[in-house]
Design a protein around this ligand. Structure first.
Ligand SMILES: [Zn+2]
Length: 246
């Protein structure tokens, strides 16, 4: 798990992309935002990963804080295979607009200066990334002994989690978060904008209960390894969602 420090729309944030590697593959799961390359490379090399061997990028979803760092990574290495779920791939490629770019979002940023609004919209435009491997629920990826793709619509329609069998690690993207040290589901707000309701997001999380999980990596909250299966069960039973207001 990496810790990438950045600012998004002026606010300092830490993201947690995941890096996995074996003899054949160096795989980065989510890429941070533009400007994250140096920090990702430094942390990879500190972990002993030859970063020049990066050959796969997997996106858990289409949000710009997960995809917009890819352009810098691909500029230095255009042979990298890029993966996303079939429902988010067209948004990531720029064939469809990104789901967050709604009228409600434009309304929310309308009180900012024209330059600032233009900069934000440019960030969305620049995020377009060529996805050349489309993923489906249940796909098996051969990395590092085997990784299962689990479609978990909710935060976005094409959101996926990845389960790494050898380490029993669930890479949860934004399907799970940590709020006040407690495991919770996806953010309740963006789901409404996407037309995906909390009910759908919670039912998608039920799929995760079939896995024996030693650790969960959440993209915004980091590592959660306290009785992951039990706490996942409570997220579902008590319909715990992430909220900016709590
Ligand atoms: Zn996110």
């Amino acid at each position: 798990m990496l810790d990438v420090h950045t600012r998004v729309m002026g606010v300092p944030r830490v993201f947690h992309p995941t890096l996995m590697w074996d003899e054949e593959s160096v795989v980065l799961i989510d890429t941070g935002v533009a400007g994250s390359l140096e920090e990702i490379r430094n942390q990879a090399e500190a972990a002993g990963v030859p970063f020049s061997r990066l050959n796969h990028i997997v996106f858990t979803q289409q949000d710009i804080d997960h995809i917009s760092g890819a352009a810098d990574l691909l500029a230095g290495n255009p042979g990298v295979a890029v993966y996303a779920h079939e429902k988010d791939a067209p948004h990531i490629r720029g064939e469809k607009k990104l789901s967050r770019l709604t009228d409600a979002f434009l309304e929310r940023i309308s009180d900012r200066s024209e330059e600032e609004q233009a900069r934000i919209l440019q960030m969305f435009d620049n995020a377009a990334t060529p996805v050349n491997r489309v993923l489906h629920d249940g796909d098996q990826l051969p990395f590092c002994g085997g990784v299962t793709v689990i479609h978990t619509p909710g935060h976005t329609v094409g959101h996926i989690c990845l389960y790494h069998h050898a380490s029993r690690t669930l890479i949860a993207g934004d399907a799970l978060n940590i709020l006040h040290a407690e495991l919770v589901g996806p953010n309740e707000d963006p789901m409404a904008e996407d037309g995906v309701v909390a009910e759908d997001a919670i039912s998608a999380l039920r799929k995760l209960t079939g896995y024996d999980i030693a650790a969960i990596i959440t993209y915004h909250g980091g590592l959660f390894d306290t009785e992951p299966n039990k706490n996942l069960g409570e997220v579902i039973a008590h319909r715990k969602l992430y909220s900016y207001r709590r």
